[in-house]
Design a binder for this molecule. Structure first.
Ligand SMILES: [Zn+2]
Length: 98
């Protein structure tokens, strides 16, 4: 198998494994078939979280008495009733850690 492991490549692999491929390969194929729908479900859920936490510009008069646009989260607020500065804790938690 060469090239990128696209959904199509993985599906073809998983669906075309036969008894002749041996137990380890068959186990991998079964695992792929079980895990792929779960990964797709999690990606959909992640997209909904990101949709909820969009950056929007709001007029900030609390820290800037004359008003100034500040990027805030469309889905989060603070305990004192203000917008949460973007990126909010939820979006920061989704960032890839290196
Ligand atoms: Zn947020």
């Amino acid at each position: 198998m060469t090239g990128p492991l696209t959904d199509e490549v993985l599906t073809e692999f998983a669906e075309n494994v036969s008894y002749a491929d041996g137990p380890e390969v068959r186990a991998m194929a079964n695992e792929l078939l079980v895990l792929r729908p779960r990964v797709a479900e999690l990606e959909t859920q992640l997209a909904r979280v990101r949709e909820t936490h969009q950056p929007v510009d709001a007029l900030n008069i609390r820290h800037h008495p004359n008003g100034r646009l500040t990027r805030v989260c469309s889905g989060c607020g603070t305990d004192d009733g203000n917008w949460q500065i973007y990126p909010c804790p939820t979006i920061r938690a989704l960032e890839v850690q290196s």
